[in-house]
Write a protein that binds this ligand. Structure first.
Ligand code: RIB
Ligand code: CA
Length: 313
């Protein structure tokens, strides 16, 4: 039986690819819902972008809920410099027509996690953790009912990407990340330490474009746009592909490696706000709250992504 997941996302080209990868694997993953959060671009745009991606995959049947439009405390921060003004620059999507559910995303998370059997739902978070954190605060009883939170978040060895110390998803709402890290829910973290090994090189994007379907063309176009900033910043022969690693972990865990350690987040310092502190050598005796992934088979990842995208329309 396919694993039930809810995707919480701020599309974003890499979020879009992660969504498509999940939707291309119905034999393994059952995407029962999508919740959208403000992040890369404001909520109005991330909601529209999520609609576009679901329709591209032919999955307008999946319930889509709008979540929080701003972080829990800090002022909003966005990333148009990476993703473009629309957040999905690089591919011309038709205007979406699928509905957005009237229930707030936070209330949807609480309702589903309360209704479904305990331990049956996995949350895949691809953006700031605002929705999940508020759901945990509003209804603490859901924490033991969540099977696992697989999050693209944080960094230790690769340092920050939005500040010298912080990764964007955590920096956008460090207080929310703190609530989730302290929740006791099983967490698997995909940090920049891993995603920086998964580079969308030209030949990999050409392979995806050559699939010849709508999804392949959209992914190649989107990533060819969003790679521009990172290629200039890092000088690598491709841009890191972050969010699809969350889904790939669920599809092929054997491609990944890491260890279960303590991870905390800085919320008070003006200098290092949003920095995740991974106790890789377990120097402290603090709870080992995170399965921290650091190794990945990048070639295998792109084989998986390309093969799966070929199954979409
Ligand atoms: O730091 C990378 C993360 O920030 C990714 O999830 C990307 O989509 C942006 O949200
Ligand atoms: Ca994202």
């Amino acid at each position: 039986m396919a694993r039930k997941i809810i995707i919480d996302t701020d599309p974003g080209q890499d979020d879009a690819v992660a969504m498509l990868l999940a939707l291309a694997a119905p034999d393994v993953l059952d995407v029962i819902g999508v919740v959208v959060v403000a992040g890369n671009v404001p909520l109005a745009r991330t909601v529209g972008n999520a609609r576009k991606v679901l329709e591209l995959a032919g999955r307008a049947d999946i319930p889509l809920h709008a979540g929080c439009s701003r972080p829990t405390r800090r002022a909003p921060v966005t990333a148009e410099h990476v993703h473009g003004p629309t957040g999905l620059d690089g591919h011309a999507f038709p205007e979406p027509t699928m509905p957005v559910q009237p229930q707030h995303g936070v209330d949807y998370l609480i309702e589903v996690l309360t209704r479904e059997p305990a331990g049956s739902i996995t949350l895949c978070t691809l953006g700031p953790l605002t929705n999940v954190a508020l759901a945990l605060v509003k209804a603490p009883s859901i924490a033991p009912r969540i099977r696992e939170i697989v999050m693209m978040a944080g960094a230790e060895f690769e340092v920050g990407n939005i500040t010298p110390a912080a990764e964007f998803n955590v920096y956008a709402d460090a207080e929310a990340a703190d609530v989730v890290l302290r929740s006791g829910v099983p967490i698997t973290m995909i940090p920049l330490d891993l995603s920086h090994q998964v580079l969308s090189t030209r030949d990999r994007l050409d392979r995806i474009a050559a699939i010849g379907n709508r999804a392949g063309g959209a992914v190649a176009g989107m990533l060819s746009f969003s790679e521009t900033f990172d290629r200039q910043k890092y000088g690598w022969n491709g841009a890191p592909l972050h969010d699809p690693c969350v889904i790939a972990w669920l599809l092929a865990p054997e491609m990944f490696g890491g260890r279960t350690i303590n991870v905390r987040v800085e919320t008070a310092s003006a200098l290092t706000y949003g920095a995740t502190v991974a106790d890789w050598w377990q120097i402290t005796d603090l709870p080992r709250n995170v399965h921290y992934l650091r190794d990945v088979d990048a070639a295998g990842f792109y084989d998986l992504l390309t093969q799966r995208l070929a199954r979409l329309p």
